[in-house]
Each structure stands twice: as structure tokens, then as C-alpha cells.
Design a binder for this molecule. Structure first.
Ligand code: RB5
Length: 149
């Protein structure tokens, strides 16, 4: 699995912790910033990462900002993206099993980096269950295709 990760200035510490988890798990990833030296605009990070996941260059993405909200809103504008905003371990597992989320968004100002790192670990290591969930995710994909044609 290849993961694209980025954050704005509101989640640089959390991004470092999540990258440590990926190092531990032996997951290949590419870090798309930011360097944290100044205030940046989250869509400038969310949209390129979401596009890289949507076009298959990366299997999954992780997007972090102060709340995770801006990153998730922006990423979900990209066709094919199912970005889940998560701040608890139950949702981290459920969104992989049920929604096949391909991007994880979290907020560095909402929780500590320890919890964020564990959420990332669960999200990265949980498989999609398929079955009835496949049908439901398929309905979202069908709607996207229809609305774009
Ligand atoms: C930046 O101050 C902040 O707005 C951003 O990190 C994020 O929380 C937006 O949703």
C-alpha cells in the first residue's frame, strides 16, 4: 500500500506521529508537507493529495489540519474520494470496514498526537468488509458518475 500524506500548519506534530506509525508498519508513503513554518491554505494540500488517490498514483491518503474539517470537505470534492473525518478508534475501524474510505482526515487541534497515531494505525490496518457495504458504496459511486456525465 502506498499512502500520500499532508497537513497544514494546524497538524504538523500529528503528521510526524502518523508518519512514525507508517514507518513502524512498513507502509510506503510520500510526505507532501507543509513544513509548518507559516500559515497555509488547506485546499492547496487536500486537493492534490485527493487527486493522487483518485487517479491511482496512491492507494490511500491522510490529510490533517486544525480540525480535519476543511481537509475532508475539500478532499470529498474530488470524484472517487471517500474521505472520513475521524477522531475516535471505533469510527476509524468502521469507516474502513463499511465505507471503504480511501482518505483519513483528522484534526491536530482536536486531540493529542497519541490518539491520532492510534487512529491512523487502526485505519491503515483495517480491511473493507465488502458484501452489503459494497452495494452501499456502489450507490455513491453511481451517483458521482451520473452527476459528472
Ligand atoms: C487553520 O487555521 C484552520 O482553519 C485549518 O487548519 C482547519 O482547521 C480548517 O478546517
Amino acid at each position: 500500500m502506498k499512502v500520500a500524506i499532508a497537513s497544514d500548519h494546524g497538524a504538523v506534530e500529528l503528521r510526524k506521529e502518523v508518519m512514525k506509525v507508517m514507518d513502524e508498519l512498513g507502509i510506503e508513503y510520500e510526505d507532501f508537507g507543509c513544513d509548518g513554518s507559516c500559515s497555509v491554505d488547506y485546499p492547496d494540500y487536500a486537493i492534490p493529495v485527493a487527486e493522487k488517490v483518485a487517479n491511482g498514483e496512491f492507494d490511500r491518503g491522510i490529510l490533517l489540519c486544525g480540525t480535519g474539517i476543511g481537509m475532508s470537505i475539500a478532499a470529498n470534492k474530488v470524484s472517487g474520494i471517500r474521505c472520513a473525518l475521524v477522531h475516535d478508534l471505533f469510527s476509524a475501524k468502521a469507516t474502513r470496514e463499511h465505507n471503504d474510505s480511501n482518505i483519513l482526515a483528522m484534526g491536530g487541534r482536536i486531540m493529542g498526537p497519541g490518539l491520532g497515531a492510534e487512529i491512523a494505525r487502526v485505519w491503515l490496518t483495517t480491511e473493507f468488509e465488502g458484501g452489503r457495504h459494497e452495494r452501499r458504496v456502489g450507490k455513491i459511486t453511481d451517483y458521482e458518475k451520473k452527476s459528472l456525465s
